[in-house]
Design a protein around this ligand. Structure first.
Ligand code: ATP
Ligand code: MG
Length: 370
């Protein structure tokens, strides 16, 4: 489609719509080609998932790749059902897909194959909690039996820490360390949880992976990428306006993409700051109802803290007398509790320079209402 909006805000649509990340892609390629598993960490919306899909695109037919997101998975049994079905669906041979041999790997569980319109069957695993560990073991045996190099990316991996069963991480680690033919990429946005698993000496995955932190895309490269689309379509593009947009969101990919996506259709292109403001207003407006409900579901002190931090943009000393008096907040201990709770729920983000409202559009909405 001519003049199709090139600034995508979900998924991956190929390298032409993907900005830079060349060094990061090379690093990942080198890791998987040399037998290293990788832990990919970055705050939300920096582009972890996009990078994994870009890597898979660049790998091409060299390896067989599998991506799974476990954000919504609550326990080990659910994990095993999802993981096993995805692994078998992706890595089974034609003969296996036709029903030959698969049942030998997975004894004692009900496994169903449903034909899909593309001819590839969809597998589903009927796993009881008492069978979860055995099925996981069978799944790793299945992976080990592959003749190809499976690359398995597990996104939002920190979620395994919330599973109610004991020892899930140690269990996974014990299987993964003997799964020599496959490469694993563990991605996550909750740094402290990821670090407890992968960085701290007591963590079950300590020193078992190459650690990789994803930073924001370089401003100059992003500007060239965006400007190129605008100019090619005969639309205005002002690099200084772009730089102010980039700085306003500290270069966090999703926000930059979302604003560019909205500005793309504006008659004036990205010629002035007005185009950016209008795009941000649209984003705020579209999400206003959600934000309203989100705020209403917080305690009064949490609401006050959120508003105060949104107004500041970035707040270093949230329980200081100055901050509390300036924003008429409750006692320091109440503020500290609210901040910890909001950070746990991912509504606040603790950056090296202080606390921020994690969702920048929510921050904008909050500060407009304050
Ligand atoms: N290099 C890139 N160039 C252009 N767009 C990108 C790039 N990386 C990511 N995006 C886009 O930015 C948005 C956010 O990226 P992505 O979903 O990969 O972030 P994430 O770190 O996985 O976020 P979350 O932690 O919320 O899952 C997506 O819409 C994606 O399409
Ligand atoms: Mg993601």
């Amino acid at each position: 489609m001519k003049n199709e909006n090139p600034f995508i805000t979900k998924g991956y649509r190929g390298p032409q719509y993907f900005c830079d990340r060349e060094a990061e892609t090379q690093k990942l390629l080198s890791a998987v080609r040399n037998g290293r598993d990788v832990t990919l960490m970055a705050p939300r919306r920096y582009g972890k998932t996009g990078l994994i899909h870009h890597l898979f695109h660049e790998i091409g037919s060299e390896c067989e790749t599998l991506y799974i997101d476990i954000f919504n998975i609550g326990d080990l049994t659910e994990f095993v059902k999802t993981f096993s079905a995805a692994v078998v669906g992706r890595f089974s041979t034609h003969a296996e897909k036709a029903g030959m041999g698969i049942a030998d790997f997975f004894r004692g569980i009900r496994l169903t194959m449903t034909p899909q319109s593309d001819g590839m069957p969809k597998f589903s695993f009927d796993v009881l909690p008492s069978q979860a560990e055995a099925t996981l073991q069978d799944t790793f045996e299945f992976i080990k039996s592959r003749k190809t190099i499976p690359i398995i990316a597990i996104d939002e991996f920190q979620q395994v820490r919330n599973f109610p069963e004991n020892g899930v991480e140690a269990l996974l680690r014990s299987h993964i360390q003997f799964c020599h033919n496959a490469r694993f990429i563990f991605a996550g946005s909750k740094r402290h949880l990821m670090e407890e698993m992968f960085v701290l000496p007591r963590g079950p995955f300590y020193q078992s992976t190459q650690l990789m932190s994803l930073e924001t895309i370089d401003c100059g490269k992003y500007s060239a990428f965006a400007g190129n689309f605008f100019k090619k379509a005969g639309r205005a593009f002002n690099a200084e306006v772009f730089k102010r947009l980039y700085d306003r969101f500290d270069g966090v990919t999703w926000y930059v993409q979302a604003v560019l996506n909205r500005a793309w259709d504006a008659a004036e292109g990205l010629s002035g700051d007005d185009a950016v403001e209008a795009a941000i207003d649209t984003l705020v407006e579209e999400n206003a109802l959600t934000y309203h409900d989100l705020l209403a579901s917080q305690t009064a002190s949490a609401r006050a803290v959120l508003r105060a931090i949104a107004v500041e943009g970035c707040a270093r000393d949230v329980s200081s007398r100055h901050f509390i008096e300036k924003h008429s907040l409750p006692a320091g201990s109440t503020v500290r509790y609210a901040v910890a709770d909001l950070a746990e729920k991912d509504l606040l983000y603790r950056s090296p320079s202080g606390y921020r409202v994690y969702d920048r559009i929510f921050a904008q909405w909050l500060s407009q209402k304050a």
